[in-house]
Design a protein around this ligand. Structure first.
Ligand code: SF4
Ligand code: ZN
Length: 305
């Protein structure tokens, strides 16, 4: 099979029933990326965009792609070290290497320094049955927002791809969680301390990002986190992959349907407060990170005795 341009194919897109040669494939991913950024007006002229990079294929491809269109706005990248031995150090190394290659300033912030604990000690603090990703997700959002703001960023770019978005839509749907369903991807409310998040990869399937990274020679970490037990997400990933195989285009349909529905869903409005403990934006008296840290009896390093 040949690409439309006549060259040999390196990638077959089932949902288009079309094969692509390397050049046409890379061009089409870049075009899709640019379209998502411009259609949704994700970045404005003069913006400083803080790019969260874990060192995986998604975030590193995002950094590479953003760098390719960075005219009229600036980039700064940073990684969060959750304290997961044998896993995160490699990712951070890849992130730092790509940032260096692209000439982008890169920072690393650790859970240990920011919240006073590491993910490797969570089970010790909370017991074996603890849902690691629930804690880790809250802490990561906390650190990402705080650090993006401290870096002076107008936007925080995260590497969620089409598969992640489709999974999130379906997970909230099957849980019957209308509140979270309608808040998906939206800002939790107004606050000068909240840095708006952007997801420039949300229209690109995970497989295509992986292929893009490999074809571009981007060195990334493909290791799996040893604390990853988020079974609902993994199960949903399996369901969506099965559907995609049988009905190509399913993931686009799910996200597209959600986008069309979103205008009619009740969105969180109003202002956020400041957490009474740490001062970060919060919808309640305490932010979620402080609530969890209290339950674990962990003191943030900046808290007095
Ligand atoms: Fe954290 Fe879960 Fe991701 Fe591991 S898989 S880094 S525990 S959110
Ligand atoms: Zn707090």
């Amino acid at each position: 099979m040949q690409c439309k341009c006549g060259s040999d194919i390196v990638y077959y897109r089932r949902y288009e029933a079309r094969g692509y040669c390397m050049k046409c494939f890379l061009d089409s991913v870049e075009k899709k990326f640019r379209r998502t950024v411009s259609k949704n007006k994700l970045i404005r002229k003069g913006d400083k965009v803080a790019v969260a990079v874990s060192g995986g294929k998604d975030s590193l491809s995002m950094l590479y792609l953003l760098n390719g269109i960075a005219k009229g706005f600036s980039l700064i990248s940073f990684s969060v070290d959750e304290g997961i031995s044998g896993y995160r150090p490699k990712g951070i190394e890849c992130a730092a290497e790509l940032a260096r290659f692209l000439g982008i300033e890169h920072h690393v912030y650790s859970y240990r320094k920011e919240i006073g604990m590491e993910m490797d000690s969570l089970e010790e603090l909370a017991g074996k049955k603890v849902k690691n990703c629930t804690y880790c997700g809250v802490f990561r959002r906390y650190v990402l927002n705080k650090k993006a703001r401290e870096l002076g960023a107008a936007k925080l770019a995260v590497g969620h791809n089409l598969d992640d978005e489709a999974q999130s839509v379906m997970m909230n749907f099957v849980r019957g969680d209308l509140n979270r369903f309608s808040r998906l991807g939206a800002s939790p409310g107004e606050s000068p301390k909240f840095v708006p998040r952007i997801k420039p990869l949300r229209d690109i399937p995970e497989k295509e990002i992986a292929a893009y990274a490999v074809l571009k020679g981007i060195k990334f970490s493909g290791d799996e986190c040893p604390h990853s037990f988020d079974n609902v997400r993994r199960d949903m990933q399996g369901v969506l992959n099965d559907f995609e195989l049988k009905y190509p285009g399913t993931k686009q349909q799910v996200v597209g349907f959600y986008d069309r529905l979103r205008g009619s869903l009740p969105l969180p409005g109003g202002s956020l407060k400041e957490c009474e403990e740490c001062g970060e934006p919060s919808s309640g008296a305490l932010c979620k990170a402080c609530e969890l840290l209290f339950s674990l009896k962990v003191k943030r390093p900046d808290q007095s005795s």
